[in-house]
Design a protein around this ligand. Structure first.
Ligand SMILES: *Cc1c(COP(=O)(O)O)cnc(C)c1O
Length: 363
């Protein structure tokens, strides 16, 4: 019987080169690998193609997402860049509105240069997605829940449309992680991760992943991967692999903390609305005034005012000035990303300490 996901996190992929009994995968800090003879290979030739530490990490992430292959990148944006190279002049991508700001920046400023257009809409509205598909549409890119407005998309529902119209369905699964959502099992073709967030989990390394469901797509992505070269280093692969060992227990604690904090925020008189999807650790909330929001950022002590999310340390950000600063103001406003909105990434500290810190900051 296949192992459950908590076990996969710890034992996802053994080091197939292990002759010592080491219980963890070593850092193979090698750029190149010697060949036994003419035309022969140990299976490793050059670390841009594959490295044993990265391979163990990739096999682990592929197992967690139930894909046939996973590629580990130097960041989530590197993974996104390679993904967009599947498309060319005249192609159209339908994407969730209020995507991660960096993804919008890439699609609108870099991918667009190659003649690829992006149509943004609320992918939670399946009828709107169906209506937006044209002969040029090649893919639907879904982030669920979205960042920071927590819009939810039913991946299975969108996958039906994609299958009918022969579109690639890609899901950014950074927020929920495979612990709470496995998009490939819901009909998606590929999954993207910022491994910098929950997978790595310790705010100490950048990483990104693309996971493919079937070998044909994996082969196309592998070709782009080795050609473009934005691969994860052996050391960062080791750190991410180590982070993943505790993913299941971190997510359990983070969700418990986040539920408690979201419930408490709803009772605070200076908090006007709270967006929390019920799982994982991302909470967006609106304060009564922009001053309150700015005061919180300057006053928190245990919670750190810093960009990023998904680590053991709780972080708070100001989307209007940080993650979404490059999103055009009218689009930002339309999604409710204004100067009263704060985004909290709940960590694994004691929930009562976090509440006390937020309480003092909101005074
Ligand atoms: C952070 C993030 C990214 C980009 O990942 P990096 O590792 O920062 O390059 C993409 N999508 C989502 C949802 C993110 O939170």
């Amino acid at each position: 019987m296949a192992n459950k996901i908590d076990t996969l996190c710890v034992h996802g992929a053994a080091d197939k080169n292990n002759a010592t009994g080491a219980v963890t995968v070593p850092v193979y800090q090698a750029a190149t690998f010697a060949h036994p003879g003419a035309g022969q290979s140990t299976g490793y030739d050059y670390s841009r193609m594959q490295n044993p530490t990265r391979e163990a990490l990739e096999k682990t992430v592929a197992a967690l997402e139930n894909g046939c292959d996973a590629m580990a990148f130097s960041s989530g944006m590197a993974a996104m860049t390679v993904l967009t190279e599947l498309f060319g002049p005249g192609d159209n991508i339908i994407a969730s509105g209020n995507l991660y700001g960096g993804s919008v920046r890439l699609l609108d400023n870099v991918t667009a240069k190659h003649g690829v257009t992006t149509t943004y809409l609320h992918t939670g509205d399946a009828a709107a997605v169906r209506k937006a598909v044209t002969a040029k549409t090649k893919a639907v890119f879904v982030e669920t829940p979205t960042n920071p407005m927590m819009h939810i998309t039913d991946v299975a529902e969108i996958s039906k449309i994609c299958k009918e119209r022969d579109l690639l369905l890609v899901v950014d699964n950074t927020f929920l992680t495979p612990i709470y959502q496995r998009p490939l099992e819901l009909g998606a073709d590929a999954v993207l991760h910022s491994g910098t967030k929950y997978l790595g989990g310790h705010n100490d390394t950048l990483a990104g992943f693309l996971v493919a469901k079937d070998p044909a797509l994996a082969e196309k992505l592998r070709f782009l991967y080795k050609t473009i070269g934005a691969c994860l280093s052996p050391w960062d692969s080791f750190l991410t692999l180590r982070g993943i060992k505790t993913l299941a227990v971190r997510m359990e604690r983070i969700t418990a903390n986040a539920r408690k904090i979201a419930d408490w925020l709803k009772t605070h008189k200076k908090v006007k609305s709270v967006l929390y999807p019920g799982q994982s650790g991302m909470i967006s909330f609106s304060t009564d005034t922009p001053e309150t929001a700015k005061n919180v950022l300057g006053r928190v002590k245990t919670v750190l005012y810093a960009e990023s999310l998904g680590g053991v340390e709780s972080l708070i950000t100001y989307p209007v000035l940080q993650t979404h600063a490059d999103v055009p103001p009218e689009i930002r406003e339309a999604f409710g990303i204004n100067d009263r909105l704060l985004r909290l990434s709940v960590g694994i500290e004691d929930a009562d300490d976090l509440i006390a810190d937020l309480k003092a900051a909101l005074e």
